[in-house]
Design a protein around this ligand. Structure first.
Ligand code: NAP
Ligand code: MG
Length: 492
């Protein structure tokens, strides 16, 4: 299936071409076929989008009650449900991910809108007892115009993770999708319009991150930047946003550990470890990319893991039986392969994969085999840097203390899985790991309602949960004097 279409910017509810008339092209990563032409926004377009968002904030949307915003969010979810199959297929073409992955992510996006439809009603201020004659209450007010910048690995779901809480909080938005995968975010914005979000509340700018993305982050008309992407980009964004002291939330990279103790349910740990790394072809911020296994079972675990990895089906992402889709770009394939070479140079052993797959079906598009690298020490590049591909590195440990030390020996702190049947150990280790999410005996890191976000250089802020609403609102404290006698603080 090939889609040849033009996608335009969405500014103030209108589909518009770039003010410069420029376009860029997007490709299906699994086939290399051209998918669409997309408007390449200019800085003047960013100005228009920010202006539209500001006017929408001060207009009709600003007067929507929480109940009405909640209805709109539910309506978005209803349209997404009705268009589920079409959206999943479009996301596959947009990103090269397997249909099964896309289905899970579109469903999660739907549940996210439903979650925030409810959360909009539940988010409230409080009243604090204060001295007699006074009354205090707090009010949650929308933080304002939000720049939301998202990556290519979960193009639809990340856009939903960003839009849903911002809309629930009453903010307005300028969304910038990744240049490699802009299409489904544009469709989602259209669905927001169709569901009753007023013009100018959701605007979408497509174009270069280093140009219009950076300009958006610096824009004095923007109150908050919510960013998901690479840690290095996050640092640049934080520096730029500091000039106007914007609110910033950053969801960044990871190098998440998967710790397997010798007493774990062996087969469950194998299956969970496979999913933890090869889900989304390893192109996940929360990928459990470091497999840290207790020494007594290390060799046996490695052999069983490789045997199962061989059974994973890689190929046409639209086939229902496919587990592993393509890599986003040829450049990313080169990056992944470079990491594998570096591991070999540093003395590690490639025990499976480590190359592009062979066969006619992989001649077009961008592919890399599921890869297992053993005998990795934690100081190697492949143990410290995010590879962002289907590559797992294996390290052994002696005891609980060493497992925790290895797990924490990274600049990142996003997610971790722990496999053990010892209840006390599971929770002890969970308590000691410096990461925003710890999974015990399972590989699943993101459920709507559970806070998702990083420690250390994996960023700050939380998505998917009530905590996110606090990050899209300012808390105003109102202190009223209600006493009978007038106040005379100077006693004059
Ligand atoms: P990226 O290169 O940092 O780009 C992310 C977004 O930022 C894109 O829209 C990009 O636009 C834009 N951008 C680039 N430079 C910018 C700048 N100087 N100012 C403003 N915007 C800029 O990330 P990616 O390669 O798309 O995504 C992969 C990364 O995302 C991985 O590191 C992964 O771990 C992380 N991630 C984190 C989470 C999480 O929740 N923690 C979730 C998913 C992914 P262009 O596309 O035009 O360059
Ligand atoms: Mg990048």
């Amino acid at each position: 299936m090939q889609i040849e279409k033009r996608y335009t910017l969405l500014i103030n509810g209108q589909h518009v071409e770039s003010s410069t008339g420029e376009w860029f092209e997007t490709y299906n990563p699994a086939t290399g076929e051209r998918m669409a032409q997309v408007a390449k926004a200019s800085r003047a377009d960013v100005d228009k989008a920010v202006d539209a968002a500001r006017r929408a904030l001060n207009g009709k949307w600003g007067r929507f009650s929480a109940a009405r915003r909640s209805q709109v969010l539910n309506q978005i979810a209803a349209i997404l449900r009705a268009r589920f199959n079409e959206l999943c297929e479009l996301e596959v073409l947009n990103s090269g991910k397997s249909l099964g992955n896309a289905q899970g992510q579109v469903m999660q996006a739907i549940e996210d809108f439903e979650l925030y439809a409810a959360a909009a009603l539940a988010h409230e201020g409080r009243s604090k007892p204060v001295p007699n004659g006074f009354l205090n209450y707090t009010v949650k007010e929308p933080v304002g115009v939000c720049a939301q910048i998202v990556p290519w690995n979960y193009p639809f779901m990340m856009a939903a993770w960003k839009l849903a809480p911002a809309l629930a909080a009453g903010c307005t938005i300028v969304l910038k999708p990744a240049t490699l995968t802009p299409i489904t975010a544009l469709v989602l914005a259209d669905i927001c319009q169709e569901a009753g979000v007023p013009d100018g509340v959701v605007n979408v700018i497509t174009g270069s991150g280093s140009d219009v993305g950076a300009y958006l982050v610096e824009h004095p008309g923007v109150d908050k930047v919510a960013f998901t992407g690479e840690t290095s980009t996050g640092k640049d964004i934080m520096a730029r946003a500091s000039q106007t002291l914007k609110r910033v939330t950053l969801e960044l990279g990871g190098k998440s550990p998967n710790i397997v103790f010798a007493d774990a349910d062996f087969d469950a740990a194998i299956d969970g470890a496979l999913f933890g790394i090869y889900y989304n072809t390893g192109q996940s911020c929360e990928a459990r990319s470091r497999l840290i296994v207790q020494e007594e079972i290390y060799d046996r675990f490695m052999d069983a893991f490789v045997e199962k990895a061989k059974k994973l089906v890689m190929g046409n992402p639209l086939d229902k039986g496919t587990h592993i889709g393509s890599i986003i770009s040829e450049q990313q394939v080169e990056v992944i392969d470079g990491y594998v070479r570096s591991a070999v140079e540093q003395g590690a052993r490639v025990v499976y994969g480590g190359k592009r797959p062979e066969g006619a079906e992989y001649e077009k598009g961008h592919w890399y085999m599921p890869t297992v690298i053993a005998d990795v020490s934690n100081d190697m590049k492949v143990a410290q840097e995010e590879i962002f591909g289907p590559v797992i590195v294996m390290t052994k440990f002696k005891d609980e203390q060493e497992a925790v030390a290895l797990a924490n020996d990274t600049i990142y702190g996003l997610a971790a899985s722990v496999w053990t049947q010892d209840f006390g150990r599971a929770h002890r280790v969970a308590g000691k790991i410096k990461s925003g999410i710890v999974m015990i005996n399972n590989p699943f890191s993101a459920f709507p309602g559970l806070p998702f976000g990083g420690y250390k250089q994996s960023g700050f802020g939380r998505e998917l949960a009530m905590e996110s609403l606090d990050l899209y609102t300012e808390t105003k404290s109102v202190l009223a004097y209600i006493g009978e006698k007038p106040l005379n603080p100077f006693g004059l």
